[in-house]
Every structure is written in C-alpha cells, then in structure tokens.
Design a protein around this ligand. Sequence first.
Ligand SMILES: Cc1ncc(COP(=O)(O)O)c(C=O)c1O
Length: 368
Amino acid sequence: MSSQRIRRFLEGQLPPTPFLVVDPVVVTERVREFAAEFPHSLLFYAVKANPEPAVLRAVLAAGGGFDVASPAEIRACLAEGARPQGLSYGNPIKKPADIAFAFAHGVREFTTDDESDLRHIAQHAPGASVTVRMLVDGPASATPFGRKFGCPPAEAGRLLRLAAELGLDPVGAGFHVGSQQSDVSAWDAGIAVAAKVAAEFPLRRLNIGGGFGITYRAPAPSLARYASAVRASLAEHFPSGAPEIALEPGRAVVAEAGLIRAEVVLVAWRAGHRWVYLDAGRYNGLAETENEAIPYRFDAGPGERGPVVIAGPTCDGDDVLYQHTHYELPLALKTGDEVDILDAGAYTASYSSVAFNGIEPLRTYCLD
Ligand SMILES: Cc1ncc(COP(=O)(O)O)c(C=O)c1O
C-alpha cells in the first residue's frame, strides 16, 4: 500500500518516469514498530535496502542504528548524523583496507564468519566487538543467500575463542534466514544452534539478522507474528534467559515506503502472448525480478484485464520481469500509460545499474 502522502505527490507536477518516490514517515513508523515488537533489542537497519539520506535520517529519528556493508555506506550514515557506535559492519566479505577505514571512523562492531577475516579485524580494528555469523539451514526464502555466508555452527565456538585470544571482544553469534522469509518458523533453527554454541561459549548477543517479509502479491505474516515466533524459540532454547537480540531488517523497514511510477514503452503481440514493455526493468530498479523472485504488485488502472508478459526496456534477453508468473494487466494498456509498482522502496534504486543501454539509474524522490 502506498501512503496518502505518496498519493498526493502523484497528483502533482511529476518528473519523467521511471522514478521511485519514498515516504520517510513510513520508514520511521516501521522502525518504531520493530522497537515495539522486539523490545530491548538493537536494530541495525540494512542500509543496502535503500541508502537515501532521507531514509537514513528517518531511521535515526526512530532511534535505529545501521548495518553497513562498505566504506561508502559508513560515510553515508555518518553524513546524516549517525554515531559510529550505532553502526555494525555486517558484511563478512571485506578488504582489510575497508576494516581499517571503518575503525578509523569509529566503527567498533564487526560480523565475521571466517578465520582470515577475523585476523584482518584483529589487525585493523584492535579490540573491536565481533559477532560470528553461522550458516543455518532452514526454509528457503524468496531470495536465499545459498552457501555464500556463515561458518558451520560447530566452528562458531572456535572462532569466538580465537577472537578473544586475538584481543577482540567476542560479543556473540548471528545468522540470517534469507531475505523475504515468509516462514516465521525459519528463525528457530538459528536460535537452536545458537543455544548449542552458548553451551560452549557465553553469548552476550544474538544477531537474528533481517529477512522479515512484506506483502507483495501474497500476504506476508505481520511483524507481530514474526516477533512471537522468535520469542517462543528464545524461550524454548534459552530457558534461563536469552542473550540481547540484534536485528538487521532492510526490506521490512523501507519496502512499503516506496512506489515506482513507470510508463508503458510498447505493447506487442509475440507468438500469441501480449508483451508489455515498461521503462523500468531489471537494470533500472527491478533487479529482484531475477528468477521472478519478488512478485511486485502493479497498479495500471481500471478496465478488463488479460494475461501478459512484463518486460523491461533494454536490449537484453534477461530483462524480462515476469513470463512464468501469471500476471494480468488492463487489455487497453498502451504506449505512454502509467503503471505503478507498489511497495518498491527496498532493493530497487540501490540495485540500479549506472548506465546499461544508456539508461540512467532509477531516480528517487523522498517526500519532506
Ligand atoms: C548481513 C545482512 N543483514 C541484513 C540484511 C537485510 O535483509 P532484509 O532486507 O531481508 O531484512 C541483509 C540482506 O542482504 C544482509 O546481507
């Protein structure tokens, strides 16, 4: 759903399409909702979801911190007034120079999942706090991380002990259940393995990552349902008291704050199928349609609808948004008509290419 404020913006004088409009008020509300559902926990907004300065300020206004993945994201947060103590370097893949940059700018929280990275942290961020990220099997999310991140849980205790030997502060363990995780029980596996690690090495903090889903075409669980499933798992696996919880939501904070206004470039019939080509595609905002992973909702106005293949504007065969997922759009749709892509505030502009096919990155307009 888009906010009243976004609707009002769309009634005014508009820039050329495609563009993303973001309402930072919604971001602040979401962070507050997280704080209410997960009281006493630390929230680090995953900046990669949408690094717009107004979004970062909205997170700050609600008391949130930031999960950063690179020096550029650190700079962006500090520029908006974030304190370095509120930043957590959550990307396990980082150059020694990036660690040194973070440390020089006051960042003291790092996530690691590997001995070499841990040694780099010890060398370039002496005395910093480290969270060991574990690879946890669980229900697949819409955009799973595969096996790219996380140590085997049996390794976590060893890495935490090594961190202490290297003069670091081994603050705890963490995991990430994959983005747009619609199964609220997915966190249970991570909490269960964390409890096993805790039997071997005391955990002061458990980072349960992001992954909270939002409603695209299929309804997502409410934040209250996610929170109550997490609470139940913590009570079961940590009966004598759970560690402090840290969260790294990205999508669930900013997706519903944004809407993409696109325009129909062409409607063509190909082998009996109606193809609608939009001016927003895989490379200028809709990267998460790869493998048709994220099924956005489209608002293309009233009228009788029919099946459609939806594609982007570039000369690239992969720039097809949906051809296997059934979509219907108005039969009268024609060149120049507007199409709104709802709940598109996360992983859209930040994924946009710089100039593929000469098409500029998706422009973002943040409401005051
Ligand atoms: C380390 C880390 N934390 C948090 C997130 C945010 O996940 P989500 O947007 O699904 O909440 C991501 C997403 O890629 C991530 O890599």
